[in-house]
Design a protein around this ligand. Structure first.
Ligand code: HGY
Ligand code: MN
Ligand code: MN
Length: 412
């Protein structure tokens, strides 16, 4: 039994078209009409395989193939189909389309698994719209995602309004929670998004653990004033102070972190945002990731100290508000071992590597036995329209997923 790469490739292209624009950009943000269209395509393919489909209270799209024994817990696969702004065509989608190809290979062979098998297309993994992702997986795991219908997205639209495309409401999302015993395991296929596999010419990665990610909103407050008549010495420029801090972020992170420690300022806005006014406030996001909680806390402390020193120098004040915390998450040993057996049997080369990017598996592993299969991202480029993964590697990844599912299905 093998995954059908020609179908996988044409489906990836069809999903890509839901979000591809004439100017070459590609965005399929969660809850958008492009995202809804991609989900309709996905549902249609599942229907052709005789799979049922439903959307849960958190908007996760779940397609299901029944097994011989309806009393057995389900084997879950899947990932997300929402993208970052101008994102790539593989991040997330490979795991959804790849999981469907596993079901298709089984259906075409007339293979009926022992366990029910479900493919989940998770809701709002990327989270750039509301500043926090992993909504669908958090709800399935019973973790309160702390959302409200009133909160605005980055375009000023209320969440309740935005989520109408899925027909879901904030207060109900936790109804998607699943019982620990109803799931045998969860396996997510994903592109690496880093360069380890590509640099070493390795086709398959088995993820050891996923980096934790802590986010903060920082606001520096100075004084808005006239850009022509305020001398340089009289200024309390919020943006200049913020820029001084942002410039320090790589230095501090490198000094107190390790090879895997990263910190990023990804969004920034100033008020009043006028060419002839000295910025009075500057608000920006800060994100810290590492494989160790202690390191993340140390970086947070050192960055706050640096921010304090710089704000003092420029006579401005600041607030440093945590917006989300996720601890680093090791993957499940027995599921990893099944993946390793599968890769070895298929004769593919592999490496066991940590994930710097987060995934729905970061949340799922807190409740369900979870592991991830990586395929290489050429030059490690991701969250970028030039993201690329070779067909032959996608094919290998899907075959590893298929063999792993066959192996975990034997466990009754
Ligand atoms: O940001 C992340 O790590 C993920 O790709 N959403
Ligand atoms: Mn992503
Ligand atoms: Mn992803």
């Amino acid at each position: 039994m093998k995954a059908d790469i020609s179908k996988i490739v044409s489906r990836l292209e069809e999903i890509y078209q839901c979000g591809a624009k004439e100017d070459g950009t590609h965005t399929r943000m969660a809850f958008s009409k492009e995202d809804v269209k991609a989900r309709e395509l996905f549902t249609g393919w599942a229907e052709q395989l005789g799979m049922s489909h439903r959307m849960d209270a958190a908007g996760n799209l779940i397609v299901r193939m029944e097994g011989k024994n309806p009393g057995l817990p389900a084997i879950l696969m899947g990932s997300h189909m929402d993208t970052v702004p101008d994102g790539g065509r593989y991040d997330g989608v490979v795991g959804c389309v790849g999981a469907l190809s596993v079901c298709e290979a089984m259906a075409e062979e007339g293979y009926v698994p022992n366990h029910p098998i479900e493919v989940i297309v998770f809701t709002d993994e990327e989270g750039f719209r509301f500043g926090k992702g992993l909504l669908g997986s958090s709800a399935i795991c019973g973790q309160d995602p702390d959302i409200s219908d009133d909160e605005p997205d980055i375009y000023g639209e209320a969440r309740g309004r935005v989520m109408e495309t899925y027909g879901i409401r904030s207060e109900n999302v936790l109804e998607a929670k699943r019982d620990k015993d109803s799931v045998h395991c969860f396996i997510e296929l994903h592109v690496e998004q880093g360069a380890t596999l590509d640099k070493s010419g390795t086709s398959i990665g088995i993820v050891s653990s996923i980096a934790g990610v802590n986010r903060y909103e920082v606001t520096v407050t100075g004084e808005a004033n006239h850009a022509g008549s305020t001398t340089m010495e009289d200024r309390r420029d919020a943006l200049v102070a913020a820029a001084g801090f942002i410039n320090k972020v790589p230095e501090v992170t490198t000094e107190y972190g390790n090879h895997f420690t990263v910190a990023t300022v990804g969004t920034i806005k100033v008020t009043p945002h006028s060419v002839n006014v000295i910025p009075g406030t500057c608000t920006f996001s800060l994100e810290i990731r590492d494989q160790s909680n202690e390191v993340m806390k140390l970086i947070e402390q050192k960055l706050q100290e640096s921010l304090g020193d710089i704000c003092k120098k420029y006579d401005v004040s600041y607030t440093f508000v945590p917006t989300s915390f996720h601890e680093p998450a090791p993957m499940c040993d027995w599921v990893k071992a099944k993946i390793e057996e599968a890769v070895k049997e298929l004769g593919y080369d592999y490496k066991v590597i940590p994930s710097g990017a987060f995934h729905d598996s970061l949340i799922m592993t807190g409740v369900f036995p979870t592991a991830m299969i990586f395929v290489p991202s050429v030059n490690g480029i991701s969250h970028n329209r030039n993201e690329f993964t070779r067909e032959e590697d996608i094919e290998k990844g899907c075959n590893v997923l298929l063999e792993t599912v066959l192996k975990v299905d034997e466990m009754i």
